[in-house]
Design a protein around this ligand. Sequence first.
Ligand SMILES: Nc1ncnc2c1ncn2[C@@H]1O[C@H](COP(=O)(O)OP(=O)(O)OP(=O)(O)O)[C@@H](O)[C@H]1O
Ligand code: SF4
Ligand SMILES: [Mg+2]
Length: 341
Amino acid sequence: MSDVVLSVRDLSVEFATEDGVVHAVDKVSYSVKRGETLAIVGESGSGKSVSSLAVMGLIRGNNAKVTGEVHFAGQELVGLDPEEVRKLRGLQMAMIFQDPLSALHPFYTIGQQLVEAVQVHEKVSDDEANARVETMLDRVGIASAKQRMDEYPHQLSGGMRQRVMIAMALINSPDLLIADEPTTALDVTVQAQILELLRDLQKEFGTAIVLITHDLGVVADMADDVMVMYGGQAVEQSPVRELFYQPQMPYTWGLLSSIPQMHASSLKLDPIPGTPPSLINLPKGCVFAPRCTYKDKVADGLCLSERPNLLAVTDTHAARCHMSVEQRADVRRERNIGKVN
Ligand SMILES: Nc1ncnc2c1ncn2[C@@H]1O[C@H](COP(=O)(O)OP(=O)(O)OP(=O)(O)O)[C@@H](O)[C@H]1O
Ligand code: SF4
Ligand SMILES: [Mg+2]
C-alpha cells in the first residue's frame, strides 16, 4: 500500500475581483507521506494559506475558482460534494489555523467545542466524549484539563488556545494535519513546546503534516520536505537537507542568506529587497525577475520574456530558474550559499 496520504496535482486557485483576476495559487503539486512533514515557506501573500484552504475544501464563494487534483483518502476532493468533504474534515483531515481565535467559538466552552468535535463524527456517549477530551487536553499539556473544559476561549492565554486548537485538530487522530503558522504568535519557549508536542503526536498517530511557516529554523527542525512558494507558484521543492545545502533558486538563496548554520534555534526570514509581485498582473517572465540580481546571467533577456518551468535537478529536487545547474553551482560557490559545513 502506498504511504502517500495526500497528493496534490496542478492545484490552482483564482479569485475574480473588481481589479481583475487574482492568481493566488498557480499549478502547485506535492505529496505528503504518512508520518512525514512537508513545510511550505514563502513571503506573505505567496499563496501558502490559500493553497492549504483549497486542499481542505474551505475556499468558498462565487468569485473563487479551484482547479486541479487533490487525492486524499482514496477520493478526488476537487469537485466532490462539499458535504462529503466536510465529513472528511475533522475526522480524517484537520487544520490548525493562523489565528486560533477565529477557529474557536467565543460563546461555547472549550469542553463543549471539543466534545462536539468528537460527537459530530462518532456516536459516542457524553461521558465517553468528555473523557476523551480530558485525555486529549492533558496530552497537549493543559494542566487541570477537567476545570479548563468549563472555560471560554477568551479566558485562555494565546499558548493555551493554540494547544486547544491542536487538541481539537488531533482529537479524531486525523491522517492529515495542515498547520498554518501554528506558533507565529507565541513566545519562543511556548513555540518550542508546541512544536515538540506536534512531533510527539505525529509519531504516535503517524499523522502526515503540512506545516506552513516563515521560520526556517522550524523548517530545519520539523520538515522532511520543503516547498518554497513565490507569487502563487512553487519555485523550489526538495527534501529539507537538499534545500539547505544545495538551494537552486535565487529566491531561496535570499531566504537562506541570513542563516549561519542549519540548526540555529529560531531563524526568521530576512526580508529580500523589493516587494512581492501583484497576483493580478504577474510578470510575463520569471515571477521573481523584478527582484532577482542574477537575471543578467541568463542570455537574451529570457528571465523577462519567458516563465521558467519547474524542472528536476535530481529525482527529488526541482526548481524554477533559467540559469543552468552549473551556473547555479558557480554562484553558490562564489557566494558561499548553502555550504555544507
Ligand atoms: N477571497 C479572496 N479574494 C481575493 N484575493 C484573495 C482572497 N483570499 C486570498 N486572496 C489573495 O491571495 C493571495 C495569497 O494569499 P495567502 O493568504 O495564501 O497568502 P499567505 O502566503 O498565506 O500569506 P501570509 O504569510 O501573510 O499568511 C494574497 O494576495 C491574498 O490577498
Ligand atoms: S529565472 Fe532568471 S530572474 Fe528568475 S530566478 Fe532564475 S535568474 Fe532570477
Ligand atoms: Mg497565510
